[in-house]
Design a protein. Structure first.
Length: 115
């Protein structure tokens, strides 16, 4: 299984970015795809995730600003990030999981929000 993430960049506070992550390989149909982020000096944290079938979770810090979505035909997950804040600056990682032994990560994409 491979995950290819894209869409990071540099924006001003209040701006928007859209991250994409395409999964390829042998993927179990019931799974969780999501986005994590890691800021310098901080642990990796869950931003948002979507269980196949539609159950969605958002971290409190991004509720109302970020939207996660999936294209099941393309095995792709998106993260629309609006009203970005400097504290959203981090490396964002996509994740695909369906069992303890099937926990896959993308390469990470940098998001930088200037004040």
């Amino acid at each position: 299984v491979q995950l290819q993430a894209s869409g990071g960049g540099l924006v001003h506070a209040g701006g928007s970015l859209r991250l994409s992550c395409a999964a390829s390989g042998s993927i179990f149909e019931i799974n969780v795809m999501g986005w994590y982020r890691q800021a310098p000096g901080k642990p990796r944290e869950l931003v948002a995730r979507e269980l196949s079938g539609g159950d969605i979770y958002y971290a409190e810090s991004v509720k109302g600003r970020f939207t996660i979505s999936r294209d099941y035909d393309k095995n792709t997950i998106y993260l629309q990030m609006d009203n970005l804040k400097p504290e959203d600056t981090a490396v964002y990682y996509c994740n695909l999981w369906w069992s303890i032994s099937e926990d896959h990560w993308g390469q990470g994409t940098q998001v930088t929000v200037s004040s």
